[in-house]
Design a protein around this ligand. Structure first.
Ligand SMILES: Nc1nc2c(c(=O)[nH]1)N[C@H]1C(S)=C(S)[C@@H](COP(=O)(O)O)O[C@H]1N2
Ligand SMILES: [Mo]
Length: 263
């Protein structure tokens, strides 16, 4: 049988030794932490803007922290979470028109010659007609459209699901990029949207409102309906579509609005 191992015991610390030890530890911790805080502050201050002009001058590290939160909410809500829908009778008969950037300022626009321009990964541009888009399965939605200015209205839209569109036109490789950029034909209004909202099952390329062709003011011939976002992201009169891993420029984000603008 083994004999129990005899440990050598250290002499217990005196009260004074304990105090000295503690104050040394806490002082070092204080020094390290405050040094770190100062260095962190300097680092943040000197850090470059994420992309000049895109997020109203938020420093990149701060923006990254915000992006992390954004990512959490995205993963949490997108796709799994559906926006509430309503019976069609509740839809506004004369939905309000809000803002006409890229529409009223484009005198050269000729709807009969319109084609959606899609920028492909190989740098070529694909041109898609409204007839090709209307030939795809039609999806309708009646939901509460919300503008950041503080109004909302139940509206009835129809068009092709953006995800169906991407599959039909073999744009899956493009859609693997993190963002989609959309702009009006004259480039005056433009938005960037992250992949999850693009692929959200309720996101439409809409060509009808209240069962009729969309009017010019509401974005004819084709507009975006992205119910998980505020109105600002719902670009009217889409001219160009592009894909990227960097955030595309965004009209209202440049004015200081939240880039994500989710509900
Ligand atoms: N081309 C373009 N799209 C746009 C806008 C705009 O000024 N120009 N305004 C946005 C805003 S702020 C809102 S609230 C909605 C309003 O859409 P509606 O006029 O169909 O109600 O369109 C969005 N899409
Ligand atoms: Mo808006």
């Amino acid at each position: 049988m083994k004999t129990p191992h005899k440990k050598k015991l250290k002499a217990p610390l005196t009260v004074e030794q304990k105090i000295n030890r503690r104050s040394f530890i806490s002082f070092s911790a204080f020094a390290v932490l405050s040094g770190g805080a100062f260095a962190g502050w300097k680092w943040l201050l000197n850090a470059p803007e994420e992309t000049a002009g895109i997020t109203a001058g938020t420093r990149a590290p701060l923006r990254r922290a915000l992006n992390k939160t954004e990512l959490f909410f995205r993963n949490f809500f997108s796709n799994k979470h559906l926006v509430k829908t309503y019976p069609v009778e509740q839809a506004a008969k004369n939905p309000r028109v809000n803002s006409l950037i890229g529409i009223e300022d484009d005198e050269d626009f000729d709807i009969t010659r319109w084609k959606l321009q899609v920028k492909l990964n190989n740098q070529k541009t694909r041109h898609i007609t409204i007839e090709e888009i209307k030939a795809l399965p039609k999806t309708e939605i009646v939901y509460d459209f919300k503008c950041v200015e503080g109004w909302d209205e139940i509206q009835h839209w129809a068009g092709v699901k953006l995800s169906d569109f991407l599959i039909h036109f073999q744009l899956e490789n493009e859609a693997e990029k993190q963002y989609m950029g959309l702009e009006t034909p004259n480039g005056a209004y433009y938005v960037g949207l992250e992949r999850e909202s693009i692929l959200h099952p309720q996101t439409l390329l809409a060509y009808e409102m209240n069962g009729k062709t969309i009017s010019t003011e509401h974005g004819a011939p084709l507009r975006l309906i992205v119910p998980v976002k505020y109105g600002i992201k719902n670009l009217k009169r889409i001219g160009k579509m592009s894909f990227s891993n960097n955030r595309p420029r965004d009209y209202w984000a440049e004015q200081g609005y939240d880039y994500y603008s989710g509900l």
